[in-house]
Ligand binder design. Structure first.
Ligand SMILES: [Zn+2]
Length: 422
């Protein structure tokens, strides 16, 4: 093996045995091809600092296994050399299913090897459906989606299922399904689904918020190599720490439950579902935003937005928009919310210390005033220059932030890590 083969800048293997180095190189090459639309051998070799010979060999094996396909010749190099052969990922190489299941409905997504959602279906359960009947319906949908897409079951590399509440992902058990009355506790969902879908590969379960957080890699695949904390705030708030593509759950499955992080213990207006006061979730939800606006409006004079809020003709997005347009009252409300977020971010930075914090959910569309004020607030409270060290990013397309898509992507990534192309 050429000496520069081990120079790969993001070498993460723990053992330097040739076989491990080879596997590692293969995985790095696959990940670069998955991120890029189409690539040549030389592009990949330059990007990850491997020899052209090594990358050529890996490309040959990938082509033999039909993981990549030639897409013809690219444009010639600047030096006027030969036009390079360009390769694409074979999007039909494997497929994965992801679902989000609660006691009233399920949403199921089918994604191809490129992580593209090719079919999504929703099923509502009857009130009389037992848990087993509901799961049978989910399995039935998965089977008919497979059939309609004319996919051989052998090409399906697994099924992800996301649930609300506390999930023991390792044991495949939903320990405490919040908001699913009638389900009981400690439900062995992985075994139930495996029995219904034995030929569908591994069944991977987790908290739906964690899978939704994983869906950020649709927009930002480059974050797979970073430590990222995703915050989803809305009616409910959840978070997830993803360390170089690995979902971190903690010892008891609590890691990332930022919705229940105490931010303002003295705030007594709404009791959280967890039984405590001052949880982050109760301070930033759409209802909470309107509540804050009513409080602030009583004290300050505003003729434009406040009367509409009192009459129920104004939602949280109107407040965000008015703040962006310069309305002082709306800016007060958004400023207060940014202050709450700054405390959350400080707590996340101190407990998880991620490289990137991604904000998804309703605050991803709050706009310039929220973003600028949040940065200012973080600077004010930060002893450690968190704002200079941690990148804060906003999800561009909230439509992608969902449990079924993220779960399917997670299954796909797990499968890619097991590919051995010797
Ligand atoms: Zn709570």
């Amino acid at each position: 093996m050429a000496s520069n083969d081990t120079k790969s800048s993001d070498y993460i293997g723990t053992s330097r045995k040739p076989r491990n180095i080879k596997l590692h190189n293969q995985r790095v090459v696959i990940s670069v091809i998955r991120e890029a639309r189409s690539v040549s051998v030389r592009e990949v070799a330059t990007r990850i600092n491997l020899s052209v010979t090594t990358v050529t060999k890996i490309f040959e094996s990938l082509q033999q296994q039909d993981i990549i396909r030639s897409a013809g010749k690219g444009s010639s190099t600047l030096e006027g050399g030969k036009r390079p052969e360009i390769y694409n990922l074979n999007e039909n190489y494997r497929y994965a299913f992801g679902c989000y299941i609660n006691s009233t409905q399920a949403v199921v997504s089918l994604v191809n090897f490129k992580g593209k959602n090719i079919d999504e279906r929703r099923i509502r359960f009857a009130v009389t459906d037992s848990l087993n009947e509901s799961f049978k319906k989910v399995a039935g949908i998965i089977r008919s989606m497979t059939k309609d897409a004319r996919i051989d079951e052998k090409k399906i590399c697994g099924v992800a299922a996301g649930f609300d509440g506390i999930v023991d992902a390792d044991r495949g058990i939903v320990k405490y399904p919040i908001r699913c009355t009638g389900w009981g506790r400690d439900i062995p969902v992985r075994d139930i689904l495996k029995e219904l879908l034995p030929e569908y590969g591994p069944i991977i379960i987790d908290n739906g918020g964690r899978f939704a957080s994983y869906a950020q890699f649709v927009e930002a695949p480059e974050y797979r190599n970073k430590t990222v904390f995703n915050v989803i705030a809305g009616d409910y708030s959840v978070g997830c720490l993803i360390e170089k593509g690995e979902i971190e759950r903690g010892s008891n499955g609590f890691l990332g439950e930022i919705g229940h992080m105490t931010i303002l213990p003295s705030y007594r207006k709404s009791l959280c579902t967890c039984g405590n006061y001052g949880c982050f979730e109760t301070l930033v939800s759409p209802n909470a935003i309107i509540g804050w606006a009513k409080d602030i409006g009583k004290e300050t004079r505003d003729d434009v937005i406040y009367p509409k809020i009192v009459e129920g003709r104004c939602g949280y997005q109107d407040i965000f928009d008015a703040a962006n347009r310069g309305n002082a009252f709306a800016q007060n409300v958004v400023g207060l919310l940014a202050g709450i977020f700054s405390m959350l971010i400080r707590n996340i930075a101190l407990s998880c210390d991620p490289e990137v914090i991604v904000i998804s959910g309703i605050y991803a569309n709050a706009g310039r005033y929220f973003e600028e004020t949040l940065l200012k607030k973080i600077q004010e409270i930060s002893l450690f220059n968190i704002e200079r060290k941690t990148v804060i990013r906003y999800a561009k397309n909230n439509k992608n932030v969902n449990s079924q898509l993220g779960g399917a992507l997670y299954v796909l990534d797990n499968h890619v890590n097991t590919i051995e192309i010797i």
